[in-house]
Design a protein around this ligand. Structure first.
Ligand SMILES: Cc1cc2nc3c(=O)[nH]c(=O)nc-3n(C[C@H](O)[C@H](O)[C@H](O)COP(=O)(O)O)c2cc1C
Length: 179
């Protein structure tokens, strides 16, 4: 069974998550390939995959354009296949905000409502991400300089590999069962 893991990543954190998901799917015996959403499978090859996992880093509440473009461009094909979505966004060690709300729920990016309707994903997950302030572009460094922003965008790697691998194994089990 062929699975395309397509990701959009500005600084590599999301790419790392996509690669770990791809590795777990491969361990389960699936033919998984990881693509950057900027250079996804050729349009004519997309329908040749049995399933998709599509993810993006989140900036200012939105997926990166390349990931959204991939989903919108291939919507009819994706709707006919099993697809899982993930977002790599929040930073820090707190899992609830000041109001006690789950941060993974309050940071769901804007596009997910649309994609839930257009490609009917089996699921969508928000994973904690990572940021190295030294690697940031000038505009992103400037955003972190706004009062209170550095606390909301703390430096560090907060990716939970146990959670990511468990989700990938869930996907693998579902596909192996279906296939
Ligand atoms: C300027 C800036 C804005 C961000 N905005 C958000 C946001 O709105 N929501 C969110 O969940 N994460 C936000 N993040 C965190 C990133 O999405 C997270 O660090 C992600 O893992 C980065 O992935 P990448 O290395 O693949 O680009 C922001 C980070 C920066 C530097």
């Amino acid at each position: 069974m062929r699975v395309a893991v397509v990701c959009a990543s500005q600084y590599g954190a999301t790419r790392g998550i996509a690669e770990r998901i791809g590795a777990e799917l491969a361990l389960a015996g699936l033919d998984a390939r990881v693509y950057d959403a900027a250079s996804p499978p050729h349009a004519e090859d997309v329908a040749g995959f049995d399933a998709f996992v599509v993810g993006s880093a989140v900036y200012m509440g939105h997926w990166l354009k390349d990931a959204s473009t991939f989903v919108r461009r291939h919507q009819p094909t994706l709707l006919e296949h099993q697809i899982w979505l993930f977002s790599s966004g929040p930073l820090g060690t707190e899992t609830t905000d000041a109001d006690g709300a789950d941060i993974r729920e309050s940071t769901v990016p804007a596009e997910i409502t649309e994609f839930t309707n257009t490609v009917r994903p089996v699921g969508h997950r928000v994973f904690f991400g990572a940021i190295d302030p030294e690697a940031l572009s000038l505009p992103h460094r400037m955003i972190r300089k706004f009062p209170g922003a550095a606390e909301k965008i703390p430096a560090g790697d907060f990716r939970d590999w146990t959670e990511i691998e468990a989700w990938a194994r869930e996907i693998a089990r579902s596909l192996v069962k279906a296939g």
